[in-house]
Design a protein around this ligand. Structure first.
Ligand code: ASP
Length: 299
């Protein structure tokens, strides 16, 4: 049994075994691997993919799903604290998938619970499930992660998905990362350090046009509106970057565009018609990846 708190808790070979397991899970529609086991969803923030992706994964593995629900539904509305709530869930469920607005919430839950805890996003810190899914998507679409030129554009400061993705890339050998964001949303020092320690070649760029023809992968993320300490700062930065179809004229034929979703204004819907757009296929891979993660966490 194993917690999934940070993508850095996993070595390259462990990540590769999860990818292999996800490949196998794509063939499975219905199994009894987790029959009689219960997954609790403890979501303190809204979610589409994580909530539904994990539920679908558990159903396919033969297990059951229970949901804590919003604060108005649980005893938290009567003053029950986080730690007691987790203890109660731990007594009922065999695995806890948690999403919380506070950094470190999943780590705390893992310290409290005996059952494995899976971090489906804690504030702007990490979302290892998404990071593993992003790496797996690249592997599935392009056959490898090593040797690729990867452009990453968006809110690199507050985006937990993109943080887990970049940290996950340090387990591999990409040829070069190009990082582009508004000045105030550049990668934080810990990510810079992780890239340097792993000797990943990276460059912070101001114009995507200069490198688009080199890229094998373009990873796009939205501004994390809900994380800005000052909403006027968000309003100022809104619309400062947007991927349009015209930008892709110079792109390699096989270049893929990924996005953890939801999309707001940073990616024109016109791009959806291009063969580069892989983000909805990427989202569909959530289920086999969640199945592989549940297996790794629980068996
Ligand atoms: N769905 C992802 C997350 O929860 C990405 C995003 O919200 O931008 O982190």
């Amino acid at each position: 049994m194993r917690d999934f708190i940070s993508i850095l808790d996993f070595s390259r070979s462990e990540l590769e075994s999860i990818f292999e397991e996800a490949d196998r899970m794509r063939e499975i529609n219905c199994s009894d691997i987790l029959e009689g086991r219960i997954m609790a969803l403890a979501f303190f923030e809204p979610s589409t993919r994580a909530r539904l992706g994990f539920s679908a994964a558990m159903f396919k593995l033969g297990g059951g799903v229970i949901e804590l629900g919003g604060p108005e539904k649980s005893a938290m509305s009567r003053g029950e604290n986080f730690s007691d709530t987790i203890k109660v869930l731990d007594g009922i469920a065999d695995v806890i998938v948690i999403r919380h607005g506070l950094e470190g919430a999943s780590k705390l839950a893992a310290q409290i619970a005996e059952s494995p805890v899976i971090n489906a996003g804690d504030g702007s810190r990490e979302y290892p499930v998404q990071g593993i899914l992003d790496l797996y998507a690249i592997k599935s679409f392009l056959g490898r992660i090593d040797g690729l030129h990867i452009g990453i554009i968006g809110d690199l400061r507050y985006g937990r998905s993109v943080r887990s993705f970049i940290l996950g890339l340090t387990r591999f050998l990409p040829a070069k990362l190009y990082l582009m964001s508004p000045e105030s949303l550049k990668i934080k020092e810990d990510i810079r350090e992780a890239l340097n320690i792993s000797r990943i070649d990276f460059e912070e760029i101001s114009w995507l046009e200069e490198v688009i023809s080199e890229l094998d992968v373009l990873y796009v993320t939205r501004l994390q509106k809900e994380r800005f300490p000052d909403i006027s700062e968000y309003e100022k930065l809104k619309g400062t970057y947007r991927i349009e179809k015209s930008l892709l004229k110079e792109a390699k034929e096989r270049m893929i565009i990924l996005h953890p979703l939801p999309r707001t204004d940073e990616l024109s819907p016109e791009v959806d018609e291009t063969p580069h757009a892989k983000y909805f296929k990427q989202a569909a891979l959530y289920v086999p990846v969640a199945m592989a993660i549940l297996r790794a966490a629980m068996l």
